[in-house]
Design a protein around this ligand. Structure first.
Ligand SMILES: Nc1nc2c(ncn2[C@@H]2O[C@H](COP(=O)(O)OP(=O)(O)OP(=O)(O)O)[C@@H](O)[C@H]2O)c(=O)[nH]1
Ligand SMILES: [Mg+2]
Length: 439
């Protein structure tokens, strides 16, 4: 197969207007990432070329000359698949397939393909299929409205009989409804498990980051687990959860998640919302960055964009901790430089330098997680009548009970609660801050 990077050349001025978008990346780096995506599903890349274009052609995306040039590349070689690293309209895809006599896949199609192969759990597989169908449906709908407009009709007025596209759309719609139902059942079961876990008020720390940033390597390093870590895009798809031991005996749950990528199809972000629940509810989000990657900045913007799409407030003080991973790749001078940059960060947006591979910086990271979790919770003393069953059970459900002693028909308790629940405990039980217990 061959990979083609049909990237838009930008004129002066446009580049600035587009600052922050994917398109500012180096063409070579973008092509390399696309190759990585193809290799992630064991496709053999015979050739990868960039095809800079100055405008997108509605019929074939590429200009006529480029299409012919690539025909030349294909004939004589045994090429069955061409990956176009862009978003193709169904018409462009069909025209290119005809011109080249091969199958043509665009970036979204390729990513969906990878996710389809990686999904191991039932939930993962259902989500990917759902995303796939939504992708197909959106394309059908688009071309369908286009046809309707040409005929001058309106979909909702009935129109001239049922077209093939309408029939297809209904079939897809039925399948989507069935999948959504099945998915709901699977998710309900998982929520039950979660609720069970939440009775023990563990704090959750979630790893997020660009694909291949080193999340799974860090996960293994922190929990001594052995989840797959590989130099491969989207090695992790299904979320994994393990206990994380903190330096002073405390515990939290650490969750490893699917990596993000630039131009992640929106259908997939939506589909994985449920899988990313752990992230949404995490007390701390560790944003793992491959700081040695040439596109580290662009990757950060992409990850932030996905987090925002998931509804996470990036400004929320202290919730997100940036992890600058792979510092082992730097020489002493560059490290010094990085350390200086890190030292100048505002306290509510800190970053920590680590190497998940060598273990450097891991103790500091664990300490930082522990401090942060402690700061987010507060320890209170209170006294409650031993006959107040409802009050006692509320406390057990909503707080960590650190100590409980029966004195003269009353329980003296030391509890730890989230800052958000502090006022309730103070008002309802007359609790006062405990000054002796730390962490
Ligand atoms: N040099 C170096 N390589 C690292 C480090 N951390 C991870 N890697 C390598 O980076 C590659 C990707 O690591 P993973 O842990 O699989 O990355 P990930 O973020 O889980 O990737 P996905 O699951 O695909 O999103 C592997 O080849 C790791 O060995 C590090 O600190 N230093
Ligand atoms: Mg991983």
């Amino acid at each position: 197969m061959i990979v083609i990077g049909p990237y838009l050349r930008m004129r002066r001025g446009e580049a600035e207007a587009q600052a922050g978008s994917h398109d500012l990346r180096d063409f070579a780096a973008r092509l390399e990432e696309a190759e990585g995506l193809a290799r992630a599903i064991d496709l053999e890349v015979a050739e990868a070329i960039t095809a800079p274009i100055s405008q997108i052609r509605p019929a074939t995306y590429l200009g006529k000359g480029k299409v012919e040039e690539i025909t030349g590349l294909i004939t004589g070689h045994d090429i069955e698949l061409v990956v176009m690293d862009c978003a193709l309209s169904p018409i462009q895809q069909r025209n290119l397939e005809k011109a080249w006599n091969t199958k043509v896949l665009d970036r979204t199609g390729l990513i969906l393909e990878i996710f389809g192969r990686r999904a191991k759990t039932k939930e993962g597989a259902l989500q990917v299929e759902l995303a796939h169908l939504n992708y197909q449906r959106s394309r059908l709908v688009r071309s369908w409205t286009h046809l309707e407009r040409q005929r001058g009709g309106f979909g909702f007025m009935g129109g001239p009989g049922e077209t093939q596209i309408e029939a297809d759309r209904r079939l897809i719609g039925d399948r989507i409804a069935r999948l959504e139902n099945e998915l709901k059942k699977v998710q309900a079961t998982r929520r039950l498990h979660r609720a069970g876990r939440q009775r023990v008020p563990y704090r959750v720390v979630a790893l997020v980051g660009y694909t291949n940033a080193g999340k799974s390597t860090l996960f293994n390093r922190l929990t001594r687990a052995e989840v797959q870590a590989a130099d491969m895009l989207f090695a992790t798809l299904d979320p994994t959860l393990r206990a994380l031991k903190l330096p002073h005996g405390g515990k939290a749950m650490l969750s490893d998640t699917v990596g993000f990528i630039s131009n992640l199809p929106t259908q997939l972000v939506a589909a994985f919302r449920a899988t990313l629940e752990e992230v949404l509810e995490a007390d701390i989000i560790l944003h793992v960055r491959d700081i040695a990657h040439e596109d580290a900045e662009a990757q950060q913007r992409d990850v932030d964009a996905v987090l925002r799409q998931l509804g996470i407030d990036l400004e929320a003080s202290g919730r997100i901790l940036e992890i600058w991973n792979k510092i082992d790749r730097f020489g002493p001078e560059e490290r010094e430089n990085l350390l200086n940059i890190a030292a100048r960060r505002p306290p509510d947006h800190p970053c920590l330098l680590v190497s998940a591979a060598t273990g450097e910086g891991i103790d500091t990271l664990l300490g930082a997680i522990e401090d942060r979790l402690a700061a987010m919770r507060t320890t209170l003393d209170l006294s409650i009548d031993a006959s107040d069953g409802a009050g006692i059970s509320w406390l057990h459900r909503n707080a960590e009970v650190l100590n409980k002693e029966l004195n003269d028909g009353r329980f003296d308790m030391t509890v730890r609660v989230d800052e958000t629940k502090r006022d309730i405990v103070v008002n309802r039980f007359g609790a006062v801050p405990n000054l002796s217990v730390s962490v």
